[in-house]
Design a protein around this ligand. Structure first.
Ligand SMILES: *[C@@H]1O[C@H](CO)[C@@H](O)[C@H](O)[C@H]1NC(C)=O
Ligand SMILES: *[C@@H]1O[C@H](CO)[C@@H](O)[C@H](O)[C@H]1NC(C)=O
Ligand SMILES: *[C@@H]1O[C@H](CO)[C@@H](O)[C@H](O)[C@H]1NC(C)=O
Ligand SMILES: *[C@@H]1O[C@H](CO)[C@@H](O)[C@H](O)[C@H]1NC(C)=O
Ligand SMILES: *[C@@H]1O[C@H](CO)[C@@H](O)[C@H](O)[C@H]1NC(C)=O
Ligand SMILES: *[C@@H]1O[C@H](CO)[C@@H](O)[C@H](O)[C@H]1NC(C)=O
Length: 661
């Protein structure tokens, strides 16, 4: 048994080595960025100069420089350009990469006066501007394909290792600028089985301070929400690049493959290359044979062994969560219409009864999700570990062919919006219950943001995502959905803005930037809705130009906060609590994310009577006399243009009002 698993490990290591070797034998394209707002016309002097420049670049690489900058033409038609190969890349590969880069950039950006192209092995850029020795961080590109389980990674010391590598690399890369081949690498053992390898490199025209800053900024992207759970990623700026992997992707002395570069004579290098290729081919055949052998072991077993490779010790947890599609079909009466209890942006929800009689809510995700099976399971594993009394508990999942299904605990009462926005049912919610709901939601969000081992940004906090149990305890649902359905994160941003108008913070709605403070914004809107019993930017639109936020603000400013209060509450409320909630609600919807309190602070405001709460300023979206109209439920498949009707208003902070406490 032990020898067998040792053999497997050896084979695995061999395969990894082969992958490393094959990766070095071809340039890997990452991205090209062409500016569109500066273009030139074909057959002009600029065009000719650009062609000359590109030929200078591709011809000078034969001199075996890993970095070269040059200029072509004069006056307004001057073109500046440079290429840089990764410091560890052999010259042959550097030549090949720059050759590809000049061709691809010319054909991809036929009329751009400025462009940059990134390969794994090299970058190349040109511009009509003099950009040498300037540190530039835009445009940028990010690569992070393989997703691991963040919880497993966290517990394995992966993030500590990553952090310590990129604490050091900015300095090392800056120091290396003085040397002949300025790049820096560092490896760190995360655990007995995981080693993290990092690389950082600036274009050598930078000064040390700029280089340090560039690397630090690029590495900071790793810590952003973009790369959580990635076991490998790179961030590419025009002036510097950073990358990490869990295998030795660079060929630095001390790691596996360097011998093949260091041959002095060409003949010797070629012999070594041939030997390596032959060995690689042999190993590939062995691997194919081995894989075939595994394959015929049958589907069931293969599935299990895949799982084991990908999930390690988590496998038993995952297996205990998995349901057969047949079980789910039976539980929901074949997804029958009368079992349907809801429909959301991510799919439909059915009431299900499991064979043991347990009632559950079954969420059938819309199948157009691009997410792969392993990724989906990773997310399930992660979400299943989040357990808090103010979060709906995930019981299991089912994944078969195109079906992706999540099974949740059944929460008997409906969602908060069913009560809040219904003229009759809202009478059920007394003030003390509403206050309890606000506090419960805040605790649930706190757990997502800060208390669980991984920070989760909900991105769609709204009353219809808050379910109420028999005792009117709130339970947040659909957390982690954004991760499961849309993992296309770039620069802490997303291409696809998921969420609901009326609850989205301005920076998220307009620029796709989300953070814990975007959730705080949505929570603030919800607090104001709970106080007023009115829906933001919907119920007011028909007869007032103001939306809920400006209405609340006006009442606050005019020192008449109880105007906002839901009339059905009549006199049965606690004025201090109402005032406090209103103040917190307004603080949460500040336009500047830095002025919104963190959720932990909000929880302490809610629980303590002695804490001094800051005075809110005018909230976001406050537009005097302008009608704002848009659908309340909307999902966009692309970003929006910034001149959307959300055009951010400038806060008029001169009218600071001190409300009597
Ligand atoms: C480059 O990356 C952007 C996202 O950063 C992507 O939209 C675009 O399609 C990529 N271009 C190419 C040519 O791969
Ligand atoms: C070109 O576009 C970029 C972003 O698209 C913008 O930041 C830059 O200011 C623009 N330049 C000019 C001269 O308009
Ligand atoms: C540019 O010049 C080439 C040959 O010199 C010619 O074939 C082409 O039509 C010209 N294009 C334009 C837009 O003038
Ligand atoms: C290299 O670049 C220079 C301009 O910087 C150019 O004059 C020269 O022809 C190029 N080619 C070679 C092979 O040096
Ligand atoms: C290369 O860049 C340096 C600045 O780092 C600049 O002074 C020099 O003129 C550039 N060389 C060419 C040929 O443009
Ligand atoms: C990392 O682990 C390897 C073997 O697992 C060991 O040889 C090496 O010394 C360790 N490196 C450090 C920095 O601890």
């Amino acid at each position: 048994m032990i020898t067998k698993s040792k053999n497997n490990l050896k084979l695995f290591l061999f395969c990894t080595l082969v992958l490393t070797v094959t990766e070095t034998s071809a340039s890997v394209f990452n991205n090209v960025s062409c500016t569109s707002n500066h273009t030139f016309t074909p057959n002009t002097t600029f065009d000719a100069n650009l062609n000359t420049l590109l030929s200078y670049l591709s011809s000078n690489v034969t001199n075996n420089f890993r970095f070269f900058n040059t200029t072509s033409g004069e006056d307004s038609d001057t073109v500046y350009g440079l290429y840089m190969c990764r410091g560890d890349v052999p010259f042959a590969l550097c030549r090949e990469c720059v050759g590809f880069a000049t061709q691809t950039i010319a054909s991809s950006c036929p009329t751009s006066k400025e462009a940059v192209i990134w390969y794994n092995e090299c970058l190349l850029r040109y511009s009509y501007r003099f950009f040498f020795s300037r540190m530039e961080e835009w445009p940028r590109h990010q690569v992070n394909i393989p997703l691991g389980d963040p919880v497993v990674l966290h517990s394995s010391g992966f993030y500590d290792a990553l952090g310590s590598i990129f604490d050091e690399l900015p300095n090392q890369a800056a120091l290396a600028l003085k040397g002949s081949n300025p790049y820096a690498v560092k490896q760190e053992n995360a655990s007995a089985s995981i080693t993290v390898y990092g690389l950082a490199q600036c274009t050598p025209d930078l000064v040390a301070g700029d280089c340090r800053r560039c690397i630090a900024d690029a590495a900071a992207e790793f810590a952003g929400s973009c790369c959580g759970g990635s076991i490998g990623a790179s961030v590419l700026f025009p002036s510097c690049i950073v990358r990490y992997e869990t295998y030795p992707f660079y060929q630095h002395s001390g790691t596996s493959a360097p011998t093949m570069i260091k041959g002095s004579g060409n003949i010797r290098t070629e012999v070594i290359v041939i030997v390596v290729v032959l060995v690689a081919l042999l190993v590939i055949f062995l691997c194919i044979g081995y894989c075939g052998f595994i394959w015929i072991k049958g589907r069931k077993k293969r599935k299990a062994s895949d799982h084991r490779e990908n999930f390690g010790p988590e496998i038993s947890v995952l297996e205990s969560l998995e349901f057969d599609f047949a079980t789910i079909e039976a539980a929901t009466n074949k997804f029958s219409e009368e079992r349907r209890i809801g429909k959301g942006g991510y799919g439909e929800v059915y009431k299900g009864i499991l064979p043991n009689g347990e009632e559950v809510a079954v969420k059938r995700l819309s199948t157009n999700s691009r997410q792969g099976a392993e990724e989906f399971k990773n997310e399930v594993l992660l979400i299943a570990k989040l357990q808090h009394k103010n979060l709906v508990r995930l019981i299991g999942f089912c994944q078969e062919d195109r079906e992706k299904i999540l099974v949740y605990e059944n929460v008997p009462n409906k969602s908060l919006d069913h009560f809040l926005f219904d003229p009759q049912k809202r009478r059920v919610l007394t003030w003390s219950e509403r206050f309890k709901i606000i506090k419960g939601i805040a605790r649930g969000i706190l757990y997502l943001h800060e208390d669980s081992r991984l920070k989760i940004i909900h991105r769609d906090i709204k009353p219809s995502n808050v379910l109420l149990d028999n005792d009117i305890n709130p339970k947040i649902s659909d957390f982690g959905m954004a991760r499961m359905v849309d993992t296309n994160h770039i620069q802490g941003c997303t291409n696809r803005v998921v969420g609901t108008y009326g609850y989205m913070s301005p920076e998220y709605a307009m620029h796709g930037q989300f953070s814990d403070k975007s959730d705080v914004f949505s929570f603030g809107v919800m607090i104001l809705e709970i106080i007023s019993g009115k829906k933001n930017s919907c119920s007011f639109e028909s007869y007032r130009v103001d939306d809920l936020l400006s209405y609340a603000w006006n009442n606050w400013r005019d020192e008449s906060p109880f105007q906002l209060l839901d009339p059905t509450l009549e006199e049965s409320y606690c004025p201090n609590e109402v005032e406090k909630c209103m103040q917190i609600g307004l603080l949460c919807v500040q336009e500047n994310p830095d002025e919104r309190p963190k959720i932990g602070t909000i929880v302490s405001y809610l629980n303590n009577t002695s804490v001094q709460i800051p005075i809110p300023l005018e909230p976001a979206f406050f537009m005097h006399g302008r009608v704002r109209r848009h659908s309340t439920e909307h999902q966009s498949s692309s970003g929006y243009s910034t001149n959307h009707s959300f055009s951010s208003s400038v806060n008029k902070i001169s009218t600071t009002i001190f409300f009597p406490r």
